[in-house]
Design a protein around this ligand. Structure first.
Ligand code: FE
Length: 211
């Protein structure tokens, strides 16, 4: 289903050329390096960390703990930044977090209408579709239509709340715990929680059906 979204990305990549955006980034990096303002090796380390080491598994562990431990869920509601930090997930673009809990009444969906603000510390780097103009505008105008494209159909009476991320505040959606998971360990529960579910573009997997 992600293919339906990826084609909205209009950064064209040619074999021997940078896209406009890549060229701009490269030029900026060169200028900043020449002026001694940044260390390219440090930037490579940051990119590598978020591409390969920090991913949605962090967020899935937060969700699994919230499902398993009511005190932790409570803390997450009151002070998500502190609760998430207690599990060791801190750092860039995760400094100010808010957890929004799906319920029988409400489904939450996260977007950044301005750019691509995203909770790196719990989800890693954002997927291409999250940064695409089509998602950023349509998530607000027609959230149910967007959800349908992700394969999520909600009952008509369920409210959809859309949260607009900013540089100051990032959101993590806590999906509803699926039925039939009583007594499951946090590790087992975490396997049911996809990245999309924590953006609100999906729901937690039902046991026995592949995520
Ligand atoms: Fe943004």
């Amino acid at each position: 289903m992600h293919d339906d979204h990826d084609h909205h990305d209009h950064d064209h990549h040619h074999d021997n050329h940078y896209s406009d955006m890549q060229a701009r980034v490269k030029a900026l990096e060169t200028v900043l390096t020449e002026k001694g303002l940044i260390d390219p090796a440090a930037i490579d380390t940051i990119v590598d960390t978020y591409e390969t080491k920090v991913g949605p598994r962090n967020g899935a562990r937060v969700v699994a703990k919230a499902w398993s431990d009511p005190d932790f869920a409570d803390w997450l509601r009151r002070d998500a930044t502190a609760a998430i930090s207690s599990l060791g997930y801190t750092g860039r673009q995760g400094e100010h977090m808010r957890a929004v809990f799906n319920s029988d009444d409400t489904h939450n969906l996260v977007v950044c209408t301005l750019c691509s603000c995203y909770p790196w510390s719990v989800l890693g780097l954002p997927p291409v579709w999250y940064k695409a103009p089509a998602y950023r505008s349509r998530a607000v105008i027609d959230p149910r239509g967007v959800l349908a494209e992700f394969g999520v159909t909600l009952p008509a009476e369920k409210k959809v709340r859309v949260w607009d991320s900013t540089a100051e505040l990032r959101y993590l959606v806590i999906p509803q715990r699926p039925e039939g998971t009583d007594g499951w360990s946090e590790e087992q529960l975490a396997d049911l929680v996809s990245r999309d579910a924590m953006i609100g573009a999906g729901v937690a997997a039902v046991p026995g059906i592949a995520a």
